[in-house]
Ligand binder design. Structure first.
Ligand code: PMP
Length: 328
């Protein structure tokens, strides 16, 4: 039988497909790794399964226990799904601006969702980050703490990195990856550089995030709001290992969203805004690279999560990412 015994067996081993948009025809070859092929539709299934399974194997977590984390999206549905299969309870804290679709998706897998007020500061006790930490400490819940948990990095070191190495037969020359917690970048980049130290690892950060300045000048600046979801941060995270970054490319909301839309329309690959940011950065990398180079970028989730945002023309116009309609 080729059939699987559990949905958890379908996590990882995601496919790569050629990307042509923005890549010079006579230039390097580019592929994107489609993380939306994971069961809940994003890369976060990998880390959630790895973190919880490891804790259960080591006896730190038992069936019936409660797991908590803060998230504004993909980790929430991954946590809820994996927890349900492993017989765990799950609680997700999320800020009030998280879309109803995302909250309902998390609930659909059986998680409890706690909505917290929007706060300026990560350390605000009312905010989604601190509420998760406090509840974990007070109630003895298992705290996933994806931003600082080294098992987040380890999950990508053990799965995403090897998959890219094997699927390119070791020919990859440039790895291009968005940074949110930094786990995907750090884990995969470490694996790739251990196998070939010349592979260039390029981190993609949205305008407004603090990461680029931190990586380039080791300075912690104050960030500002941006609309691309899943990448960038307003605090330094321990899942990001800056010494692995060869270059950081900053991409605007407008370029991220328009590139995601263009790729969906021309190549039939529908990624979220962070995938658009990665693809936009890949164009810049491709223009500078040798024609023999082989680029791999990460498409972390799918456009279907953003039908009311970057795939909606009115929303795009409202935010000035598309030209206004001509008055009739
Ligand atoms: N893109 C999207 C849509 C995401 O949800 C995430 C996860 N935050 C990322 C990119 C970046 O992954 P990481 O947290 O491993 O840096």
């Amino acid at each position: 039988m080729k059939a699987h015994e559990s949905i958890l067996e379908l996590i990882g081993r995601t496919p790569m497909v050629r990307l042509r948009t923005g890549i010079p025809e006579s230039g390097p070859t580019a592929y994107v790794k489609l993380e939306f092929y994971n069961p809940t539709g994003s890369l976060k299934d990998r880390i959630t399964y790895y973190i919880l399974k490891k804790a259960m194997d080591e006896g730190r977590l038992r069936p019936g226990d409660t797991v908590i984390d803060n998230t504004s999206g993909n980790t929430g549905s991954a946590l809820a799904m994996v927890a349900s299969v492993l017989g765990l309870k799950s609680i997700v804290t999320t800020p009030e601006q998280t879309s109803h679709e995302k909250i309902d998706l998390i609930k659909s897998y059986g998680a409890e969702v706690i909505i917290t007020p929007e706060v300026e500061d990560h350390d605000d006790p009312e905010g989604f980050f601190m509420v998760a930490r406090r509840l974990a400490a007070e109630k003895g819940y298992f705290d996933m703490n994806q931003y600082h948990n080294q098992d987040n990095v380890e999950a990508h070191y053990l799965t995403t990195g090897p998959e890219i190495w094997e699927d390119t037969e070791g020919k990859i020359t440039h790895f291009v990856c968005g940074i949110g917690t930094g786990g995907n970048f750090s884990g995969a980049a470490r694996y790739l550089k251990e196998h070939n130290k010349d592979i260039k690892c390029i981190a993609v950060d949205p305008e407004g995030s603090i990461f680029a300045e931190y990586i380039k000048h080791n300075r912690e600046v104050k960030g500002y709001a941006y609309k691309v979801e899943g990448i960038g941060s307003d605090v330094v995270t321990q899942a990001l290992h800056p010494h692995l970054v060869d270059e950081v490319i900053t991409v605007s909301d407008k370029d991220s969203f328009n590139r995601a839309r263009l790729i969906a329309r021309t190549e039939g690959i529908s990624g979220g805004g962070s995938s658009g940011a990665v693809a936009f950065a890949m164009e810049q990398v491709a223009r500078k690279a040798d024609s023999g180079a082989l680029l791999v970028g990460i498409f972390a989730d799918a456009g279907i999560r953003y039908l009311s945002k970057c795939y909606n023309d009115n929303w795009m116009r409202q935010h000035g990412y598309l030209p206004q309609m001509e008055a009739k």
